[in-house]
Design a protein around this ligand. Structure first.
Ligand code: DX5
Ligand code: ZN
Length: 228
């Protein structure tokens, strides 16, 4: 499987968002990662469905919408209508995770669930069959440009093991502090999809950095298969 690189537009120039999306698409991005924050679940605010709809026209690439909001059941359908291809909700944000995942499923979007760095994998034990993607946060959500939290690596290895053991077709995504120095280790530990915000949008050449990230991830994949 080819590693998928998902630039997070949180670190893009918000004054030129549609152009920024088009630019990373032209530069070889696989997915566009869209960070939605409500000022409650995380201490920051970004954008709502109207903005997603406006930038949707910039590319045909999948829009990977990461909801860092306290009420995913209410808003997931609106983000789907705005053009989300996958919708990832936080396990910590909902009292009834199974129900919230069904709400996302009913929209027709691919279903993702995300865990903060401190959240154990066990919350997924009885929903892993119900999702298409698990996102392990490697920073505390809310801001771009934070440092990668290495303590998530054993959790990532264990998630890879559980997904493979059950023979599931579930993407494993990492988000936070992913750059050309850290991507090798997360790829080797089991991730398939790599979100990168500041590493991509802070680089002078989007094409070069996306290629570099992908090549380092492929090296990590080789280490993973060698160790298997
Ligand atoms: C953090 C967001 C991330 C963020 C990552 O809450 O979910 O997607 O944009 O930014 P970097 O790659 O700069 O850590
Ligand atoms: Zn994100």
């Amino acid at each position: 499987m080819r590693p998928r690189i998902a630039p997070s537009i949180l670190s893009a120039d918000f004054g030129a968002l549609r152009d920024e999306v088009a630019a990373v698409a032209a530069a070889g991005a696989d997915w566009i990662h869209v960070d939605v924050m409500d000022g409650h679940f995380v201490p920051n605010l970004t954008f709502g469905p109207v903005v997603v709809k406006a930038i949707r026209r910039a590319t045909d690439l999948p829009f990977d919408v990461h909801l860092m909001i306290t009420d995913p059941d209410t808003y997931a359908p609106q983000f789907r209508d705005a053009g989300a291809d996958s919708i990832t909700i936080h396990a910590e944000a909902t009292a009834h995770l199974h129900r919230s995942l069904q709400v996302v499923r009913a929209t027709g979007a691919r279903v993702g669930v995300s865990l903060n760095p401190h959240t154990p994998l066990d919350v997924l034990d009885y929903v892993l069959e119900d999702v298409d993607l698990v996102l392990l946060m490697t920073v505390n959500p809310g801001f771009g440009g934070q440092s990668f939290i290495r303590n998530v690596l054993p959790k990532l290895r264990e998630l890879r093991r559980r997904v493979d053991e059950r023979g599931l077709n579930v993407d494993i995504q990492v988000d936070g502090g992913v750059n050309s120095a850290t991507i090798f280790e997360v790829a080797a530990a089991g991730a398939d999809v790599f979100v990168a915000g500041s590493a991509v949008f802070g680089a002078p050449d989007y094409g070069k950095v996306i290629t570099d990230l992908r090549n380092r991830a492929i090296e990590g994949f080789s280490k993973r298969s060698a160790g298997a």
